[in-house]
Design a protein around this ligand. Structure first.
Ligand code: FES
Length: 108
């Protein structure tokens, strides 16, 4: 099954089921919290992840992501976890500095 690794959450590994967004996979039963201010509707960009490896395995950008790319609010190495799915392969990413949650502890 496709897998997401989050480098600065101590290498947390999350399995991503078919059709599931990265955010859904992250929030599902592992005691992990991830900022998602608009509730996963593609309207805020607070759920973004910096992709370090494996961008080629992610599904194409959604309309919401394309809109933020055009506005310069989503960088080439970033995806919105509430939009992005992972049909196959593995992705490694990290939580951006600006969206770290105060009650979570992050590794370097
Ligand atoms: S949670 Fe708002 S864009 Fe993803």
């Amino acid at each position: 099954m496709p897998k997401l690794t989050v480098q600065n959450l101590s290498g947390l590994e999350v399995k991503v089921a078919e059709g599931q967004t990265l955010l859904e996979a992250l929030l599902q039963g592992q005691g992990t919290d991830w900022m998602h201010a608009c509730g996963g509707k593609g309207r805020c960009t607070t759920c973004r992840i910096v992709v370090l490896q494996g961008m080629e395995h992610t599904a194409p950008l959604t309309a919401a992501e394309l809109r933020y790319r055009e506005k310069g609010r989503l960088q080439d190495n970033e995806r919105l976890t509430c939009q992005c799915t992972l049909p196959s392969g593995e992705v490694t990413g990290k939580v951006p500095e600006q969206t770290k949650l105060p009650h979570m502890s992050y590794s370097s």
